[in-house]
Design a protein around this ligand. Structure first.
Ligand code: NAD
Length: 304
């Protein structure tokens, strides 16, 4: 069975090059009409040009597909709203949103400025929030929506010099976890991509051979799956060099401590049990943690 997107309208942010371009070309090749958004600035977010987005539109049109260019800065809500309106005016719906636009301002935390930290949050986290907010009511009314947020191993696991970027990339996971719940009854599914790819963002940071293996085209199938009709929801799909895996936040079973041991010394004494991995699992909602703790407390206190 071939997965296609005929009749679907997609918005891909930061689609002028790198991963976004690859996602957009593949969506168009499989029948989607695509808004190619790109601010066209440098890797650190400075400057801007419409050339890259227009070149991708030309490439899609040359292959017989349909696309429109858009130069909105995803960090500006009014520009994002105008972008979504452009899609609605052209095609009357938005089915797929791939939040991909991003910049880097790498510096160790001690040396980094608060301006850089705020800018990285503005583009990655608020940019994702703005784009998602601008399509949310449309998708609710259609009772159909597929949204991808782009996270990173830097957010999930940490990376030296990327406190700003890691904060933003974990922030989008927090948004996804809640919106997966709020969107479920409207058939809106939201998932996260954790890519690793050779692009201008990673150029010079890895050996040439690795750069050649980590093509954006090896990541894009993960996005295509996450925005398909039968997509999962609330899943973090890692992809790179043709390898695919799911990342999860897990919690240990832990243990309840009697009142006399509800002290830092009690926690230290039971640290091995608290951190034991047997029985650890991913929780599906915040209240599951509360329920687990109350169950343990009730058992410990002998409450029926
Ligand atoms: P890239 O620099 O090649 O592409 C990013 C694109 O986003 C650029 O074309 C840029 O012009 C655009 N952009 C930047 N700020 C924008 C804004 N405010 N509004 C609209 N467009 C804007 O980088 P990439 O490697 O293709 O990264 C794509 C996404 O994947 C980013 O979110 C990045 O953080 C994430 N990511 C990449 C890697 C990797 O290994 N390349 C790893 C983890 C996560």
């Amino acid at each position: 069975m071939t997965i296609r997107y005929d009749g679907k309208v997609a918005i891909v942010t930061g689609a002028g090059q790198g991963l976004g371009r690859s996602h957009a070309l593949a969506l168009a090749a499989r029948g989607a009409r695509v808004v190619i958004n790109d601010l066209g600035g440098a890797k650190d977010g400075t400057g801007g040009s419409s050339e890259a987005a227009q070149a991708v539109v030309a490439e899609i049109e040359a292959a017989g597909g349909e696309a429109i260019a858009n130069g909105a800065n995803v960090a500006k809500f009014d520009e994002v709203e105008a972008m979504v309106q452009q899609a609605m005016d052209a095609w009357g719906r938005v089915d797929i949103l791939v939040n991909n636009a991003g910049i880097l301002r790498d510096k160790s935390f001690g040396k980094g400025s608060m301006e850089d930290f705020r800018l990285v949050l503005d583009v990655h986290l608020l940019g994702t929030v703005y784009c998602t907010k601008a399509v949310w009511d449309i998708m609710k009314a259609q009772e159909y929506g597929r949204i991808v947020v782009t996270t990173s191993s830097s957010g999930l696991y940490g990376n030296f010099g990327q406190a700003n970027y890691g904060s933003a990339k974990m922030g989008v996971i927090g948004m996804m976890n809640t919106l997966a719940q709020e969107g479920a009854k409207y058939n809106i599914r939201i998932n996260a991509l954790a890519p690793t790819a050779g692009t201008r963002m990673t150029e010079g940071l890895m050996p040439e051979k690795a750069f050649e293996l980590l093509t954006p085209e090896t990541v894009t199938p993960a996005v295509l799956y996450l925005v398909s009709e039968d997509s999962p929801a609330r899943t973090i799909l890692a992809a790179g060099a043709g390898s695919y895996a799911v990342a999860k936040i897990v919690e240990t079973e832990g243990r309840w401590l009697p009142e006399a041991e509800q002290t830092p010394e009690g926690i230290a004494a039971h640290w091995d049990e608290i951190t034991a991995t047997a029985g650890e699992r991913a929780l599906n909602a915040g209240f599951e943690q509360t329920a687990k703790m109350l169950t343990q407390a009730a058992e410990g206190l002998g409450i029926k």
